[in-house]
Structure formats: structure tokens, C-alpha cells
Design a protein around this ligand. Structure first.
Ligand code: HEM
Ligand code: SF4
Ligand code: SF4
Length: 526
């Protein structure tokens, strides 16, 4: 229920962003890549700040003040840049997590990417908090005392940490050396975990589209100039800070520690972490079965491995007698059952009639043979003329929303699970007068590459191509999200009109042709 509300919210927002920026520049489709981009900005600006930063109870504050005020044109801008890019990183991360959750991308084999994301979130937050601490102003003092009390509640440290912050004399310079170490080591650890995070993703999008990168970069520079990041008054352990401006992206938990007890906040943090970690295994169970290879039909071409979005196919030396060098092997624990590999496999063609239709690779729950049967049955039952076969996907417009369209609807987990030869088959065998291809919105495919691979195969830019002989005027592609049933129905309606016009002009054409032929015949006879 919560997931459905969130997913609908994202679909609504993404459509607005699509019309504002276009699919290629829609930030919601590039959250992970934007996260990386902000990470690098934070890293580069951080190196500059580090060069001027001095460790010590008074030196730390003074060096940051020097950067902010004396060297405002470079150091000050870098400081603001460092802060705002860090905030943007947390924002992107939060939206990325909620979006992956909303669209259910944490179950089954995706557990790995989800679970490795959880420590990243923790490490990024800890990095940010340690950064605020380094400035050693009144905000840092507040964070120091509240954090120390929070950890002391656990009672595992021999001597309470908070003692270090009781009087100005109790704090020594080594503390800043430790802090700077944390502030550098923790983000590096986050980077390492990010690398692990992407191990099961083929060609992960780690660089945002150039336009989006330049746009957000300019926005960050503008924000840094208009509203530079400033420090509070210097920390003074003999005074309790009263008015503080919190950075809610990193420090939202601090007021909570004050409102609730230390124990309650520990309980919240641990419960949230635990729930996130076990989420992939909570009901409902992940049911789809992984793809299977039929060696007798596999020629080792490697297209399935090229197209698999989740690194689930390995090409290895041939293990049977067939005269090919390689064969495909599926790692079942990595396969998310999208079926894209079956869509890429050359022997997955419905034209094969003599033997059983067994491709090199397919989903056991949705074989290529059963796809052909479904296509033939659906087209035979198509109610309206001209007959339109709609090939769709489980993540796009639901079948029920298309019932009123009178089209023959054939759905698969992903639109790229459709071998292009099926389009040729539907039209050349006169099962349908037109074929409409639909799937998730452009740039927002549930299986990452489905819409892109499909478009490329149809345009002849990716194997297996859609044959040239297929009349393109009888083919239409309409990408539409799950909540865009009305738009897709309208597109089907207008396609039907176009097909009617086409039939009319073909009839006129053939009428004129036969008249010409008859006239030519009459002349010959004369
Ligand atoms: C700074 C933090 C993070 C960055 C930079 C980041 C980056 C990325 C990138 C680049 C991808 C691949 C996107 C693609 O090419 O389709 C990805 C995927 C993913 N991330 Fe993150 N991530 C971060 C944090 C997290 C967190 C905290 C979680 C969850 C707890 C998470 C969950 C996921 C999941 C489930 C996927 C896989 C999506 C799919 O299967 O299609 N990420 N992330
Ligand atoms: S179904 Fe095929 S393409 Fe999809 S993840 Fe599994 S092996 Fe890869
Ligand atoms: S695409 Fe088909 S034929 Fe080619 S390697 Fe994969 S399973 Fe074998």
C-alpha cells in the first residue's frame, strides 16, 4: 500500500519532470549518477579545504574563517560548494533509496545492491557530521556534546567521552587529528562500498548526462555565491550554545535526541537499519525463476550476455560437441528474470515450425513457444478492426487498462524480452494489421535497458535487428508509464485510424493499379 502510493507519486512527478527537462535530463532517472557527481565535487573541494585546514582547538576555527572571509573568492566558494554538494548528495541518496523501494527494486537477486546501499547511507551521514564537527564553532560544540552523551548511554566506554567536552582544558589538539582522519577515511570507505554496490549492475550509470551535470554545477556555484556557508561563533565549552542553525540533511537526528531519550534514538536507528537490511526477505516472496540455457540451441553468439542488465550471464568455453567456441551460462542468483536475454537470442524466432521452438536461452515461466501461442490466441480474439497487437510489459500500462481498446495485448516482464522477429511474424502471417510496442517511459525502464535495447533493435542498431521488410507504417512505439493508460488508449485509437487510412489508400492504389493493368490489357488486345 505505502509502496503503491510512493510509486504513483514518483510516476506523477517523473511525468512533470519529463515535460520540464525531457527524459534525457530528468534527474529522477539519474539519481545514482548524480550521487556520484556530487561525491566527486565534495572530494575535490574537500582536498582544497584540507590544504588550508589547521588542526587545533583555536586553529581549526581560525583556518576555516580565513578560508571563508579572507579567501572568500576561492576558499569561501569552495567551502560553500563542499557543503551544498554534500547536502545534494544526501538528498539524492534519500530520493534514490525511496524510489528503488517504491518500484520494488530490492527483492530477489537485487537484495545485494539494496543491502550494500544501507552502509553507504550510514557512512555518508557520518562523514557529514564529522565535517560539521571540524569547524569547531558552536554548532560543532553542540554536535560534540550531544553525540558524546549519545554514545556514553551505551556504557561501553571505560571513561565517558563527554568528559572531553566539559571544560576548554579537557580538549586537546589530538582530537582534531582523529576527526580529520574520520572525515577522510569514512568517505573513502563509502567509495569502496559504492564500488561493491555496483558489482551486480551491467554498465552502471555513474556519470549523469552532461546537460544535467552542468546545470546542477552552475546551480551549486550560484548558491555558493548568493548564500555562502558561514560558521557560528567559535566554540566555547564554558558556554552552552542556544541559537543554532541546523543542517537538516545531516543533523536531523540531533533535535530528536533532545526530545526523546538517548536510548529511544538508539532504538530508532537500530530498528530502521535492521528493517532496511531484512526488507528484501520480508513477504511477499520473490517467485520468478531465473533464465535457463538450452545448449542444443545456443550458438555462443554472446548477445544475451551483452544485453543482460545484471551481469547474470557468463560466456564460457563450450562444454558439448557442437562446433561453437562458447556457450552461455546463467548465474541463477544474479538473474532478475527480466527475459531480455531471450529477446536477444537469434534462435528465439517464431518462424521455426519444424521442431519445437527452443531458443538458446529463455525464462522457464514464459517460454518463447508459449509467447508465440499467446500471440496467436490474442490476435485471433482481437475484437476491433483493423487488428492491433500490443506488445507490452509488466511494469507499463496494466492489461486491464487496455481492455477497452479492443487490441490483442501480449505482455512480458520487460519489452526487450520480445525478439523483434515476433513483430515480423505478427504482420507477415497476417495475425494483425498493426503492431504497437509499449513499455516503461523512456529512461525509466524497470530493467534498466529494456526500452533502449528495444528501440535500437527496431532501428537496426542492435542485434537482433528487426528485418527491413517489416512495413514501418504498421509499427508504432509508445512508451508509457503504468498510470498513462488513457494516453496509450488514445495512441492505439489514433494508430487504428492511421491503419484504416493506410488500408484505404492501399485499396485505392491497388484499384488504380488494376485499372491500369486492365487498360494496358485492352490496348494490347486492340
Ligand atoms: C551515495 C549513495 C549512492 C549512490 C551514489 C548510488 C548509486 C547507484 C547507482 C549508480 C546505481 C546504478 C543505477 C543504474 O545504472 O541503473 C544504483 C543502483 C541501486 N542502488 Fe544505489 N547508490 C547509493 C545509495 C544507495 C542506497 C543507500 C540504497 C538502498 C539502501 C541503494 C539502492 C540501490 C538499488 C536497489 C539499486 C539497483 C537498482 C536496479 O536494480 O535497477 N543505493 N545506485
Ligand atoms: S532474465 Fe536474462 S537478461 Fe534478465 S537478468 Fe536474467 S539472465 Fe539477465
Ligand atoms: S543469445 Fe542465445 S545463442 Fe547467443 S549466446 Fe546467448 S543463448 Fe546462446
Amino acid at each position: 500500500m505505502i509502496r503503491r502510493v510512493l510509486a504513483n507519486g514518483f510516476l506523477w512527478l517523473e511525468a512533470r519532470f519529463d515535460s520540464l527537462f525531457g527524459a534525457r535530463w530528468n534527474p529522477l532517472y539519474q539519481l545514482g549518477a548524480l550521487g556520484f557527481f556530487y561525491y566527486w565535487i565534495v572530494a575535490v573541494s574537500g582536498i582544497y579545504l584540507y590544504i588550508f585546514f589547521d588542526t587545533g582547538t583555536t586553529e581549526a576555527y581560525d583556518s576555516v574563517e580565513y578560508l571563508t572571509r579572507e579567501q572568500w573568492y576561492l576558499g569561501g566558494v569552495q567551502r560553500s560548494f563542499h557543503r551544498y554538494a554534500s547536502d545534494a548528495l544526501v538528498l539524492m541518496m534519500a530520493v534514490h533509496v525511496v524510489r528503488e523501494y517504491a518500484f520494488g527494486r530490492f527483492k530477489g537477486p537485487r537484495w545485494f545492491t539494496w543491502v550494500t546501499g544501507v552502509p553507504i547511507a550510514g557512512l555518508i551521514i557520518v562523514s557529514g557530521i564529522s565535517g560539521y564537527w571540524l569547524v569547531w564553532d558552536q554548532l560543532a560544540q553542540y554536535i560534540a556534546v550531544v553525540t558524546a552523551e549519545w554514545f556514553d548511554w551505551l556504557g561501553i566506554f571505560g571513561e565517558p567521552i563527554v568528559r572531553n567536552f566539559l571544560t576548554p582544558q579537557s580538549l586537546d589538539d589530538r582530537f582534531f587529528t582523529l576527526l580529520i582522519f574520520i572525515h577522510i577515511a569514512v568517505p573513502l570507505m563509502a567509495l569502496l562500498v559504492l564500488w561493491i554496490h555496483l558489482q551486480r549492475i551491467t554498465r552502471p550509470a555513474i556519470n549523469p548526462n552532461r546537460g544535467l551535470a552542468v546545470g546542477t554545477f552552475v546551480m551549486l556555484v550560484a548558491l555558493s555565491l548568493v548564500k555562502p556557508a558561514l560558521s557560528h561563533a567559535p566554540a566555547d565549552l564554558s558556554v552552552v550554545p542556544v541559537r543554532l542553525q541546523l543542517d537538516w540533511y545531516y543533523l536531523a537526528a540531533y533535535p530528536l535526541i533532545e526530545i526523546l531519550s538517548n536510548g529511544a534514538v538508539w532504538a530508532i536507528v537500530l530498528t530502521v537499519t535492521l528493517v532496511l537490511l531484512v526488507l528484501p526477505w520480508l513477504p511477499p516472496r520473490w517467485k520468478p525463476r531465473p533464465a535457463v540455457v538450452h545448449l542444443e540451441s545456443c550458438n555462443g553468439c554472446g548477445r544475451c550476455a551483452d544485453d543482460c542488465p545484471y551481469e547474470a550471464i557468463l560466456m564460457r568455453p563450450r562444454s558439448d560437441e557442437l562446433p561453437f567456441e562458447q556457450e552461455a551460462e546463467v548465474a541463477p542468483s544474479l538473474c532478475v528474470s527480466c527475459g531480455i536475454c531471450a529477446g536477444a537470442c537469434p534462435p528465439a524466432t517464431p518462424f521455426r515450425r519444424k521442431s519445437r521452438l527452443v531458443p538458446g536461452i529463455e525464462l522457464p515461466d514464459l517460454t518463447i513457444e508459449s509467447l508465440r501461442d499467446r500471440l496467436e490466441r490474442a490476435c485471433a480474439g482481437a475484437q476491433q478492426r483493423p487488428r492491433i497487437a500490443v506488445f507490452g510489459c509488466d511494469h507499463g500500462v496494466p492489461e486491464t487498462a487496455l481492455e477497452a481498446s479492443g487490441a490483442a495485448v501480449i505482455r512480458q516482464p520487460c519489452i526487450a524480452a520480445l525478439p523483434p522477429s515476433f513483430i515480423d511474424y505478427a504482420l507477415s502471417r497476417n495475425l494483425a494489421d498493426g503492431v504497437l510496442i509499449t513499455g516503461c517511459r523512456e529512461g525509466a525502464c524497470a530493467f534498466r535497458f529494456g526500452t533502449e535495447w528495444t528501440a535500437q533493435r527496431i532501428e537496426g542498431r542492435r542485434d537482433p535487428y528487426l528485418r527491413k521488410r517489416v512495413p514501418r507504417e504498421r509499427l508504432r512505439i509508445v512508451w508509457a508509464a503504468a498510470n498513462e493508460g488513457a494516453r496509450l488508449r488514445a495512441a492505439i485509437g489514433s494508430f487504428r485510424n492511421d491503419l484504416r487510412d493506410l488500408a484505404g489508400s492501399e485499396a485505392r492504389g491497388s484499384g488504380a493499379e488494376s485499372e491500369e493493368r486492365a487498360a494496358a490489357g485492352a490496348e494490347t488486345h486492340a
